[in-house]
Design a protein around this ligand. Structure first.
Ligand code: MSP
Length: 533
């Protein structure tokens, strides 16, 4: 079957499909914000983008959460799912598909996929004995467990003993093929530290894993044996494929894989790396399908230096945060302050300091005072000069000429903090430049041309910074662009791609002397104190 018909300029990416045992937490928000930033960056490049998110609804964990509230699992899931959608709206996430694993069309895809793997001879029945963490929905090796048989990830949860008949997937048969694949495609697992983790895990020898359960009702029945339900992870990974179906398409693998497969990027947290970097490619190899291009495992968030968790009582409510400070602020902090791939900390005082320093003072004030100076020192027509009047040695122009490419490379490498930091260097240099050049003095000395050169260089730098930061802070960037006389809303996907092509707008020197500058208005209000949330 020819399942792949992919054109070059597409970019499909996924967030994990989040468990609905509870409302979303900041960990889920973190991956989703990063995915949205990357999706927006690719749209700026003119790529056709598909951002997939969704929810993982089957399995024992969800079944138990529903039972504890006396609800049927489907009803329980239906009640939790809107809280995810609401949070994504609040965080200004532009997702294209929301994949729910309990959807009937997903069952059709799972069945067809199971059949291919079954026919390949990679599924057999066996006895599963071992320690199971319901919160991870994963068997654990005895040696991995903490004292008191607690899970190393869910440290307050004891693992449970299982001894039951299950269907198994022949992961062990794919050891050599996987190892060859990792060698041939060194970029498949990123960052490098995660790749090494996987290589070392695989080199210890892969064991078959069970893909069915007999004591869990909440799942799809195993197509060849309705006494079993499918293991939640087998079904969940496939929901990435189901998400690719056009809304009204018949749910077949051929239809799902026709336009967007293979997916370019799976963004995940480090705890679910094995599923994505080992189990998933092996399942796809078994089904004879091409493999995704990349899996990127980011780090974990801590709060005030402590691991975040309900039992520690220090979870961070993403809804409260975004309602208190706005979506741009939350997106900026997590993307700029944390190296993607490494663990990172949230501390509210630092959060406020960073936002005030970068967005209110350095960026916002710079625009505001420069626009006011244009009003004061120039004619009603605004600036009378443009890029040609600025020589290449001008420190802002010299920096700005290379910035677009540098930031592009940073986004492409998922180095969001570097993309932001490199842009902020231009903003900080602009502040220094305007203070040193003192256009107010130049004006008094009657040096009109020099005044305008300073003001142009600064405004153009602010414009460039706004453009390059627009995937992270689309609202602020839109406000800046509007005050600079561009009728652009970076939240409007269609006009952004056509009105602000990356090749033009990422270059220094775009402002003209025809620019009709708007009224100066604060783009980000200084945060005076902690918000109660
Ligand atoms: N349902 C599975 C994913 C299936 S994908 C086919 C799952 N869901 S989850 O809701 O438990 O976790 C979703 C994501 O949140 C994971 O990538 C996980 O790494 C991330 N995080 C959970 N807590 C986190 C932090 N404290 N910090 C950062 N991310 C963390 O796993």
């Amino acid at each position: 079957m020819d399942l792949v018909n992919k054109t070059e300029k597409t970019f499909a990416l996924t967030t994990p499909l989040y468990y609905v045992n509870d409302v979303p937490h900041i960990g889920s928000a973190y991956t989703t914000m990063a995915a949205d930033v990357l999706a927006r960056f690719h749209r700026l490049l003119g790529h056709k983008v598909l951002l997939i998110t969704g929810t993982d609804e089957h399995g024992q964990k969800i079944q138990r959460s529903a039972e504890s509230l006396g609800k049927a699992p489907q009803e329980f899931c239906d009640q939790i799912v809107p809280s995810f959608i609401r949070l994504w709206q609040l965080l200004n996430i532009q997702f294209d598909r929301f994949s729910r694993t309990s959807a009937p069309r997903h069952e059709a895809i799972v069945k067809e996929f199971f059949q291919r793997v079954w026919e390949k001879g990679d599924i057999y029945q066996g006895q599963q004995k071992g320690w199971y963490c319901v919160s991870c929905e994963e068997f654990k090796e005895e040696r991995e467990l903490l004292e008191g048989r607690r899970c190393p990830i869910h440290t307050n949860k004891e693992v449970e003993w299982r001894d039951e008949q299950n269907y198994f997937f022949r992961l062990s048969s794919y050891q050599a093929q996987l190892e060859e694949f990792y060698q041939a495609r060194p970029d498949f697992i990123q960052p490098e530290s995660r790749r090494n983790e996987v290589l070392s895990f695989v080199s210890q020898g892969l064991q078959d894993f069970s893909i069915s359960r007999v004591n869990v009702d909440w799942g799809f029945p195993v197509p060849v044996d309705p006494n079993h339900t499918l293991y939640v992870w087998f079904d969940a990974l496939l929901a990435y494929v189901t998400a690719l179906l056009e809304p009204d398409a018949e749910p077949t693998l051929a239809n799902a894989l026709k336009n967007w497969w293979p997916i370019n990027l799976h963004l995940i947290g480090k705890d679910i790396l094995r599923f994505h970097a080992v189990y998933w490619p092996a399942m796809l190899m078994s089904a004879g399908l091409p493999l995704p291009q990349q899996v990127f495992g980011h780090g974990f968030l801590t709060k005030d230096g402590q691991k975040m968790g309900k039992s520690q009582g220090n979870t961070l409510d993403p809804i409260g945060l975004v309602q208190g400070y706005g979506s741009d602020a939350v997106r900026y902090y997590f993307l700029k302050e944390i190296e993607f791939g490494k663990d990172g900390d949230f501390n509210e005082v630092r959060f406020i300091n960073v936002l005030n320093a970068d967005l209110a003072n350095d960026l916002g004030n710079l625009l505001n005072r420069t626009l006011n100076m244009v009003k004061k020192y120039c004619t009603d027509h605004g600036l009378s000069i443009a890029n040609e009047a600025i020589n290449d040695e001008n420190p802002l122009k010299a920096m700005g000429l290379h910035l677009g490419e540098k930031v592009k490379q940073a986004y492409e490498a998922l180095a969001f903090n570097q993309a932001c930091e490199a842009t902020l260097v231009l903003v900080r240099t602009s502040n220094k430049f305007i203070d040193e050049q003192a256009p107010w003095t130049l004006y008094k000395q009657g040096k009109q041309q020099e005044v305008e050169i300073v003001l142009y260089a600064v405004l153009e730098s602010v414009r460039l910074a706004a453009y390059l930061l627009s995937p992270v802070i689309p609202n602020i960037s839109s406000a800046i662009y509007q005050q600079l006389g561009f009728g652009v809303d970076f939240n409007d996907q269609i006009t952004t791609a056509t009105l602000t092509p990356f090749a033009t707008h990422s270059q220094w020197g775009l402002l003209t002397n025809q620019q009709i500058l708007g009224q100066p208005q604060p783009v980000f209000k200084r945060i005076e104190s902690l918000k109660n949330h």
